[in-house]
Design a protein around this ligand. Structure first.
Ligand code: AP5
Length: 192
């Protein structure tokens, strides 16, 4: 199963990807997590990404694609993967398509998690209190939502045009949303 999880900041991509990883037995690859690990490790790339991420802007396409390619080539991704946070704009969607063609691992399905803006803001405010992520400040969150609407929302149409998009209502308990995802992707694969 090669699955792309799409959705605005706070829509539940990371939360559901963790559960899907257990269920589908394929790695969860989050470009946000890879970047945060680079920031925490203080690598050159991490130093470059840190300020950009804290402001809510996107890190450069080249940096993220290089990081993603390296991760996808690890053997645990041979039998599939869950991509979370990538692609983030149309250039990334095209780059991913080329990369996956090259490694003969095309996307099976793209799942768009739908959650309204008020609830996104509420969820991220809850996480800001609990975890203190640098980009969860009200100002950065507003900017991340704008970046999402301007740059990432067109990626949904990209997958719709490819015939691989499914929409899932992302409002409800964690189990409810998870069960909806499983039902929505069951036509693409035997997902148990
Ligand atoms: P990234 O890490 O991808 O963050 P994001 O897309 O902004 O998404 P979030 O992590 O905020 O939300 P999520 O949808 O994963 O929701 P979650 O499950 O955490 O990116 C961060 C930054 O990295 C970017 O701004 C950019 O700078 C950079 N970056 C990353 N990828 C990039 C790329 N490809 N190109 C360029 N730059 C890139 O849930 C949110 C909260 O809600 C949690 O507290 C959770 O517990 C709660 N929650 C989840 N589901 C439910 C539910 N059903 N009910 C109640 N609460 C829920």
């Amino acid at each position: 199963m090669r699955l792309v999880l799409l959705g605005a900041p706070g829509s539940g991509k990371g939360t559901q990807a963790t559960r899907l990883r257990e269920h589908l037995q394929v790695p969860h690859i989050s470009t946000g997590d890879l970047l945060r690990a680079a920031v925490a490790a203080g690598t050159e790339l991490g130093m470059q990404a840190k300020v950009v991420m804290a402001s809510g802007n996107l890190v450069s396409d080249d940096i993220v694609l290089g990081m993603l390619e390296e991760r996808l080539l690890r053997s645990d991704a041979d039998n599939g993967f869950i991509l979370d946070g990538y692609p983030r704009n149309l250039a990334q969607a095209n780059a991913l398509e080329k990369l996956l063609e090259k490694i003969k691992q095309p996307v099976d399905v793209a799942v768009q998690l739908d959650v309204n803006t008020d609830l996104l803001v509420e969820r991220i405010a809850g996480r800001a209190k609990a975890e203190g992520r640098a980009d969860d400040t009200p100002e950065a969150v507003r900017h991340r939502l704008n970046v999402y609407n301007e740059q990432t929302a067109p990626v949904v149409d990209f997958y719709r045009n490819h015939g691989s998009l499914v929409h899932v209502d992302g409002i409800g308990t964690l189990d409810e949303v998870f069960n909806r995802i499983i039902a929505a992707i069951s036509h693409t694969h035997d997902v148990g």
